[in-house]
Design a protein around this ligand. Structure first.
Ligand code: 1GP
Length: 266
């Protein structure tokens, strides 16, 4: 089961790093390098998918990746109903809550429900919120939906809360692949304040500093795709920034009882 990885990490304050792989852009050498990094402990999860996947070899590459990673789960992040594959460890069953396209709220789920059941894939019901990242992205165009404005975090918070009340188990705040601007820390913090579910954040995270900012604001896991596609050499540096954020949290939690003990009568 993959979902407990997220809830356990949230409960213990360990921040996670997910690497998104677009199957259309997968290459054997790049996948091998990513698998090696994962086996060295630098990657917590792989997300596998894209808005438009045409590559006939996508299934081959997924199997290839699975054959080279030791323990790191690979989770489907499907942009369409064609992207189901039982080789994966789980699927983010996305409801595009920020949009008003009924097909992406329930229609496609009905189409694949029977197949998912047969595949016995672990499903993680995910409230998926697109946030304006400064320019139109593939996902906003392909989904035919309007992202939540970047200066309206209260709309996102109410949307995420509705998702939690509907039974979603994860919130994904996404500025879209290659976003010009990542989602701001203030925006993330507003959503974090409203819901208790694990929150993952992606889109336009291209530096360790941006990763740290999102995690410090309350994200439990960040997703990086585009910036690792051409060059994944900086992945260990990125992973170190994610781990350092976790440690800061640990130190704060450890420090708390001492501070309380000082002021609390025995
Ligand atoms: C997109 O959140 C992911 O859905 C990752 O975005 O490719 O910009 O890292 P990037």
């Amino acid at each position: 089961m993959v979902y407990p990885t997220l809830t356990d990490a949230r409960a213990s304050g360990n921040k996670l790093l997910a690497v998104l792989i677009d199957p259309d852009k997968a290459r054997r050498d790049n996948l091998l390098q990513l698998a090696n990094y994962a086996n060295e402990g630098h990657v917590d999860l792989f997300l596998w998918g894209g808005s438009l996947v045409n590559a006939p070899q996508a299934a081959y590459y997924l199997k290839f990746l699975k054959g080279h990673v030791e323990n790191t789960p690979v989770i489907l992040f499907p942009g369409s109903t064609y992207q189901l594959d039982k080789e994966a460890d789980a699927i983010l069953l996305l409801s595009l809550l920020s949009g008003r396209n009924p097909d992406l709220l329930i229609g496609r789920h009905v189409q694949v429900a029977g197949r998912l059941k047969q595949m016995k894939l672990e499903t993680i019901p995910t409230g998926y919120l697109l946030v304006d990242g400064g320019k139109p992205t593939s996902v906003s165009y392909m989904s035919n939906t309007t992202p939540i404005p970047a200066d309206k975090p209260s709309i996102a918070a109410a949307t995420a809360l509705a998702g939690e009340q509907l039974g979603m188990r994860l919130i994904y705040l996404d500025a879209g692949s290659g976003a010009q601007n990542p989602i701001s820390p203030e925006f993330i913090a507003t959503v974090r304040h409203e819901v208790d579910l694990p929150i993952i954040v992606g889109g336009g995270i291209r530096t360790p500093e941006r990763a740290t900012a999102a995690l410090d604001a309350g994200a439990d896991m960040i997703v990086v795709g585009n910036a690792l596609e051409r060059n994944s050499d900086w992945l260990p540096e990125l992973a170190a920034a994610v781990r350092a954020t976790s440690r800061q949290f640990d130190i704060a939690v450890e420090a708390e009882p001492t501070a309380k003990a000082k002021g609390t009568p025995a």
